[in-house]
Design a protein around this ligand. Structure first.
Ligand code: F3S
Length: 398
């Protein structure tokens, strides 16, 4: 891979340890994937923030980089393993909190914004159409590529961090237009009537498209919340973090329909629910906000919960970013949700919090949330917001 004189200097350690180490990572990646050069990135989203996933080895790696590493571009963080302010209320133990705070201190020293959300595009890290960025976290990467039209590979935590210290990333994969051409036409022959249908659709398309880039037709309209849950699902159950949706996402019209065609009908959606929903009726955990809830979703939760009480044996979380919670405080939604027995889980989520063994069955609106909850050994139920609220109130799935 070609390096400029300045990049050679960085690789030789003239800008310190963190930049040298980062250049070594970027050059190795560039050589593996055949990149010709490094390109500047407009922003970075760093995943790998939860101490639950990092452990002591990860914390040590971050502390080494934090000794002299300072990010060169706008850099935001993925969810951590706990609510950074209200962790006790979510049942997090002292030792975990201590270690998680050390992780956050290391990121903070690097100049990273402690945003702790997988929806950075809702709180100020909003790339431009066509802009090169280096983001990790699969749902955010898919949203950025597909809904915003920015260009990013699906970075891992270390490669995203390396891009932040250098301000550049190797130019390969989805940074190149030739690799952004759709190669399977997905015709959706079904009306999506409830919110969780978008997660089910993501499951179906992910499974059918696999490593291809879908060119999706047949969807009449979609709002941002529906698209973000679809993004999370399609990439979780498929692989490429990019799709085109007729009439909805940008650049669709630049492409021809691919020859290969698959269809999604009612039966596929039914099968998705059958796969995702386990045989169980008892619910002891409800989590809304995967990806992190928008203010509109929080308003809907408050409206549905008003005057109701969450069962004392059921834990009810609204996972969201802190700025979104602050807006909810101002609008009175927080009070309604908390008066009903619900809890806000800011800065964290059901996948990265240390939840293994705490709950038996989770109810959620999110297909991705179900996928990761199974990793946490939970049974799963996916349904509409109304069904999830009802499960929180009754402790039963109906
Ligand atoms: Fe976000 Fe966690 Fe879901 S990172 S997409 S809320 S699994």
């Amino acid at each position: 891979m070609f390096l400029t004189r300045n990049e050679e200097r960085m690789l030789d350690g003239e800008e310190g340890y963190a930049v040298e180490k980062s250049m070594a990572i970027l050059v190795a990646l560039g050589n593996i994937y055949g990149a010709e050069k490094l390109i500047e990135v407009g922003s970075v989203q760093v995943a790998g923030v939860s101490y639950h996933n990092l452990g002591d080895a990860g914390l040590e790696f971050l502390n080494e980089l934090a000794r002299d590493g300072k990010v060169k571009v706008l850099t935001t963080l993925n969810p951590a393993g706990m609510d950074l302010e209200n962790w006790r209320n979510l049942g997090i133990d002292e030792e975990f909190a201590r270690k998680q705070n050390l992780v956050i201190d290391a990121f903070s020293k690097m100049g990273i914004i402690i945003s702790c959300t997988c929806t950075p595009y809702l709180i100020g890290n909003l790339p431009r159409y066509g802009e090169h960025i280096a983001w990790s976290e699969s749902s955010a990467v898919t949203f950025a590529n597909s809904v915003i039209g920015a260009k990013t590979n699906r970075e891992g935590g270390p490669s995203a961090l390396a891009a932040a210290f250098v301000g550049k990333t190797p130019c390969y994969g989805l940074h190149l237009d030739k690799n952004r051409i759709p190669d399977t036409h997905v015709k959706v022959n079904v009306d999506l009537t409830k919110f969780s249908d978008w997660g089910a659709l993501g499951y179906c398309i992910g499974k059918k498209a696999q490593s291809k880039i879908p060119y999706i037709t047949g969807i009449k309209n979609a709002n941002v919340d529906e698209l973000k849950t679809f993004c999370a699902s399609v990439v979780t159950f498929g692989s490429k973090p990019l799709f085109y949706m007729k009439g909805i996402t940008p650049a669709f019209e630049k492409h021809q329909p691919p020859k290969e065609k698959v269809t999604i009908d009612e039966l596929d959606i039914k099968e998705a629910y059958e796969f995702i929903n386990d045989e169980t009726e008892e619910i002891d955990f409800v989590c809304i906000g995967c990806p992190h809830a928008s203010i509109k979703e929080i308003a809907q939760i408050a409206n549905l919960l008003k005057g109701k009480k969450i069962l004392s044996t059921t834990e009810f979380w609204v996972a969201t970013s802190r700025p979104m919670k602050q807006l909810a405080d101002k609008r009175g939604y927080t009070k309604i949700i908390e008066d009903s027995g619900g809890k806000f889980a800011c800065d964290t989520c059901m996948a990265v919090a240390p939840l293994k063994g705490r709950f038996r069955t989770v109810a959620t609106t999110s297909a991705k949330g179900c996928y990761y909850s199974r990793h946490n050994k939970m049974l799963t139920k996916m349904g509409s917001l109304e069904e999830c609220i009802e499960a929180g109130v009754s402790g039963k799935w109906s």
